[in-house]
Design a protein around this ligand. Structure first.
Ligand SMILES: [Fe+2]
Ligand SMILES: [Fe+2]
Length: 368
């Protein structure tokens, strides 16, 4: 397959999206040694590059009825009358499209991350941060590659959903370099980590587990990069400037909580979008699910010092303030451990395969 265009079930999607840019690219003539933690993160970024073609076992197929083997409760409509009326074939069709929609948002979001990381390379004033961000550019390219391959396994793809596009557009247009970090490394990557985590932990399909676990291993480093940079920078700003950042964060979080819905998916499948969305807004499970999506954002916001009473009040109102106490280092270690665990399983499987082929070959020779 050379292009995903034929996999979009929605007609007339523009082949490109362009966002005008107006910012200063900044050079750092000091070439100093860089901050110790930042250089450590940069070294990790270099050491931990991986290749989607070799590390992931692409011989695994997705299932027919439930491609990633995700529980139906996470499918978004299981509590609605629409689901109750569907027969088995319709449910299988819905699962394929719903999961492809989700993975498409990952793939499209990864391309946004690629472009935002490249913007950070140009804009951020310090060379050590440019170094780190350049490893992120490569990471994001590999993530786009991995999710594109996964989407091909579904045979259907969706464009970037409008609420995500709005946030990416804001991140790119803003001429203040830290706003790209705030929108991408804190909000979008924070949400993505929680969403990847759902699939890594609930999918029965090993291909889906692997792609998400390996991408998460990198993403938690990206979020750590944002945290490190902004933690240094925000104390240097005035209270008024910090207030502006907090306002942006609160708005972005409400926007993603209230607007991030799969309307175009329901419309493509001829399902009653308004009815489904209204039912989701009433569902306790959906509310809990949306709340969980903020588990990775809130501890970072607290750590970078955008933690006035106002933002705490907003997060309390959203029911996510409790996540502030999560220790980010522990989460990161967990993400690493899960990826290494899957590496180990893969290694054992490959070893078993090689041994089986060898044994089979030997028997075959003996039988002749
Ligand atoms: Fe990524
Ligand atoms: Fe990332």
């Amino acid at each position: 397959m050379t292009s995903l265009r034929e996999l979009y079930p929605i007609p007339d999607i523009d082949p490109v999206w362009t966002v005008p840019q107006g910012f200063e690219a900044s050079f750092d003539w000091d070439y100093d040694d860089g901050r110790k933690q930042m250089m450590h993160l940069y070294q990790k970024g270099k050491d931990m590059q991986w290749d989607a073609l070799n590390r992931i076992d692409w011989s695994i197929d997705l299932g027919d009825d439930n491609p990633m083997e995700i529980p139906d409760e996470l499918g978004g409509i299981q509590t609605t009358p629409v689901w109750a009326k569907m027969n088995d074939r319709e449910r299988a069709h819905y699962r394929r499209h719903m999961q492809a929609w989700t993975v498409s948002q990952f793939m499209q979001g990864e391309q946004a991350a690629l472009i935002c990381a490249a913007k950070i390379v140009q804009q951020v004033p310090d060379l050590d941060a440019k170094f780190y961000a350049s490893t992120q550019v490569m990471d994001e390219a590999r993530h786009v590659e991995a999710y594109k391959k996964l989407i091909e396994c579904f045979g259907v793809a969706y464009p970037m959903t409008h609420p995500l596009q709005t946030l990416v557009d804001q991140a790119l247009r803003d001429s203040r370099w830290d706003m790209t970090y705030l929108a991408m490394q804190v909000v979008i990557e924070g949400l993505a980590l929680a969403a990847f985590n759902n699939i890594r932990e609930t999918a029965g399909n090993s291909l889906a587990q692997q792609v998400n676990a390996y991408v998460m291993q990198d993403e938690s480093r990206h979020v750590a990069f944002g945290r490190l940079t902004l933690k240094d920078y925000y104390p240097q700003l005035t209270q008024k400037e910090r207030d502006e950042r907090e306002e942006f964060l609160v708005e972005a979080c409400y926007h993603m909580r209230d607007r991030f819905e799969a309307r175009e998916l329901y419309e493509t499948l001829d399902l009653p979008a308004d009815e489904i969305i209204a039912a989701q807004n009433e569902s306790g499970f959906q509310k809990m699910f949306r709340t969980m999506l903020f588990s990775r954002i809130v501890p970072i916001v607290r750590d970078i010092g955008l933690w006035s009473d106002k933002i705490q009040k907003a997060y309390a109102d959203m029911g996510v303030l409790g996540f502030a106490d999560i220790d980010y280092e522990t989460l990161m270690q967990g993400d690493n451990a899960r990826a290494e665990e899957l590496d180990e399983i893969n290694k054992q499987k490959r070893q078993a395969y090689v041994e089986e082929v060898a044994a089979h070959g030997a028997n075959g020779v003996a039988a002749e």
